[in-house]
Write a protein that binds this ligand. Structure first.
Ligand SMILES: Nc1ncnc2c1ncn2[C@@H]1O[C@H](COP(=O)(O)OP(=O)(O)OP(=O)(O)O)[C@@H](O)[C@H]1O
Length: 677
């Protein structure tokens, strides 16, 4: 169902055959906004919804307390003073100043001592509050750090426990920010104590300023505007939503703007396409015309109708109407001092209630993220571990890990296409297997299944007679070494980068040096100023103001240049360092399976040859599986070559057998061979 609303935005209500409420799609300028269409909730349902936040909030407060009981208690006291006591006390003291002055003015004989005392008390209160506030800011900053660190730790543990399926399901994605925990904690504390403060103020007004009954009317009048504000506030943040930019000209502008980023510089300069980009950008701007490009959140807010705006504006003056009516109906009922006190408390109360509603919304928005962080622990996608030890008791698997694959098919999570289609295969312990085939034929996928990064969608993989899923995962991981293009250098020292191949010996420089030599990284490390202690891509949190530019002849620019000095290595050198980590892994003596997936694309021919030589020399006691596009080095040494196509194994055999067959493998081999003739 689609309808066009008054402001020209299109609204359509779609109800698909899926769980959850229907959604409304709204075109706002260049953005498409999709929100859930939720029926208005009754007060009871609203309360139920709100109370669902309470367990998470309770856990958050407990965590905050546990991170530093002292800090928590001091902050609580400061907050109570600032939000609860001070406003009521301040109101009382200023009312006292005003009534003392008024009494003096009425009888023509002001009591100087009484006025001085009232003013002095108010001043002391203000000074004390200023000091408390300053402390509060410092305490908040410390508490913020504590909560951030606690949640960073929590997120780190959950992310590190997530397997590839979880990463693909986007479970531990970036939107889960630890900062939200602090915001939820802060806003919930503030809302609670501000509410206590507002109740205190109202009690004071009802008892001391107004006659019985009037206090309640006054309180209600002060509440009208914040309530209307909260009801009519069309903020996207209050609704479940997704937003995407859909305007083709806007998207094109974005893409063209992206081309000014440093990573495209070389392409743009050598391609000589600067003028083309500028012209195309101008054209896209022209075609975009007057379409609104302001943030979707702002455009959504502007949807609030004029009547609501007028109602909100008028409601602000309701307390004033109340004094006016009182003055007409009961001319002696309110003194000037009372009116001044009421006026002061009216603005304070309206502001406080506004702020409370705002903070409740902030809490609600952030608490769902906090819940997401806590739930990560529970929802974490983790490949299930079995109970069987590996190697199986009494069978040390001295020759390597054997595999039996039966009718194995596999689709990546979230996809239906078969990356592997009905594969049956036997790999004997200690064999050297080479997998070849076209791009996308499933070579890497086989390795991912054998190393249990994923589980087969159907069929079975057995190791030494037992299903792969029955073994303890930690044992299998311990017995496996993988070297692929997807392996990266860590933002840690090169010593750790190599040493973490065998964490038990991460400080053993003799072993690390030997591994670096086998990986072909020894000479390149020696060339670096800090040698094994060099850290590549050090996360240093660099920031600078826009006016600081590298190359400027100022001391500040020089300081910045020094800070940004990075040591870098080439792609091939990176591959040597990562390969060294694999050789370090062999030092544990537990590795029974080595999977090597095209790790040599950036290596020079000599380095590639040397890497494969070194790997083959360590093959004793290991099953080795290589994926490669370059046949020469490996296929002649292979016990079995698997030639793959479209997720299936097309041919298997030794080099000689497959050449004799004159099939796909022979064809690919000849293409490479003729290139060198
Ligand atoms: N993470 C993923 N999610 C979804 N599909 C994937 C994923 N990884 C690979 N695929 C798909 O699975 C199929 C097999 O991919 P795989 O990486 O195993 O091929 P390959 O033979 O190793 O290719 P190449 O020679 O290009 O490295 C391809 O169609 C690929 O697009």
């Amino acid at each position: 169902m689609t309808s066009e609303s008054k402001d020209g935005s299109k609204e359509s209500i779609e109800k698909e055959d899926v769980a959850g409420p229907p959604v409304r799609s709204l075109q706002l300028g260049v953005y498409r906004v999709v929100t859930e269409v939720l029926p208005p909730l009754s007060l009871r349902e609203q309360w139920k919804k709100t109370s669902r936040m309470i367990p998470t909030l309770r856990r958050l407060v407990k965590d905050a307390y546990a991170s530093s009981p002292w800090l928590f208690s001091l902050l609580l006291l400061a907050q109570i003073w600032y939000s609860s006591f001070e406003p009521a006390l301040s109101l009382h003291l200023s009312s006292r100043v005003l009534t003392t002055i008024e009494a003096g003015l009425k009888n023509g004989n002001p009591d100087g001592a009484a006025i001085f005392q009232a003013v002095a008390l108010r001043m002391i209160c203000l000074v004390f509050t200023a000091v408390v506030n300053q402390w509060k800011v410092r305490l908040e900053s410390k508490m913020n750090d504590k909560i951030d660190l606690k949640f960073q730790n929590h997120i780190l543990r959950s992310k590190l426990a997530t397997d590839l399926t979880g990463v693909q399901a986007n479970l531990s994605s970036g939107h889960i920010a630890e900062r939200r925990a602090w915001f939820a904690f802060k806003s919930s504390m503030e809302a609670t104590w501000q509410l206590a403060g507002a109740i205190g103020q109202l009690t004071y007004i009802s008892r001391s300023v107004l006659s019985t009954g009037h206090g309640a009317i006054f309180a209600l009048l002060c509440l009208v505007q914040p309530i209307l504000d909260a009801v009519y506030d069309r903020s996207l943040w209050n609704e479940p939503h997704v937003v995407e930019a859909t305007d083709p000209h806007f998207l094109r502008m974005k893409g063209l703007r992206e081309l000014s980023e440093p990573k495209y510089r070389q392409d743009i300069i050598t391609g000589d396409i600067v003028q083309h980009i500028i012209q195309e950008f101008r054209r896209a701007v022209k075609l975009l015309g007057d379409t609104d490009i302001s943030e979707a959140y702002l455009q959504y807010q502007r949807l609030t109708g004029a009547t609501s705006h007028i109602a909100i504006r008028l409601s602000r003056d309701l307390p004033m109407l109340y004094y006016a009516a009182n003055a007409i109906l009961s001319p002696t009922g309110l003194s000037l001092a009372t009116i001044a006190t009421l006026h002061q408390s009216e603005s304070l109360l309206s502001w406080t209630f506004d702020d409370i509603f705002y903070r409740i919304r902030v809490t609600a928005n952030n608490i769902s993220t906090v819940k997401g962080i806590y739930d990560l622990e529970r929802d974490v996608h983790q490949t299930k571990s079995g109970d069987l030890p590996y190697p199986p008791l009494g069978r040390p698997h001295e020759r390597g890990m054997p595999f039996e694959l039966k009718d194995v098919s596999f689709s990546y999570p979230g996809t239906t296409a078969k990356a592997l289609d009905n594969i049956t295969l036997s790999i004997k312990a200690g064999q050297l297997i080479v997998v070849v085939g076209q791009n996308g034929s499933g070579k890497s996928t086989i390795i991912k299944l054998l190393t249990r990064l994923y589980d087969a969608t159907s069929g079975s993989i057995a190791i030494d007679g037992a299903d792969i899923q029955e073994y303890r995962l930690a044992d299998l991981r311990h017995a496996t070494a993988a070297l692929t293009q997807d392996h990266h250098l860590y933002p840690l020292s090169l010593r750790e980068n190599i040493g973490l191949g065998n964490p038990a010996y991460v400080r053993d420089m003799n072993m690390i040096r030997a591994a670096a030599k086998q990986g072909g990284a020894e000479d390149l490390i020696a060339k670096l100023g800090d040698g094994f202690e060099t850290v590549l891509e050090h996360p240093r949190g660099l920031q600078h103001s826009v006016d600081v530019k590298k190359g400027d002849r100022t001391l500040l620019a020089e300081a910045y240049e020094k800070m940004t000095k990075e040591v870098d290595v080439s792609g091939g050198e990176r591959q040597r360092l990562v390969a060294s980590r694999t050789f370090m892994r062999f030092t544990s003596g537990a590795v029974k399976l080595v999977c090597v997936d095209e790790p040599s694309s950036s290596l020079d021919p000599e380095a590639e040859w040397q890497l494969f030589q070194n790997l083959r020399q360590t093959r004793e006691g290991k099953t080795m599986i290589f994926v490669t596009h370059r046949f020469a080095h490996l296929t002649k040494h292979a016990d079995v070559i698997l030639c793959m196509k479209n997720g299936t194994i097309l041919e298997t055999g030794t080099h000689e057998e497959l050449m004799a067959r004159d099939g796909e493998y022979c064809k690919m081999f000849k293409i490479q061979a003729t290139a060198f003739e």
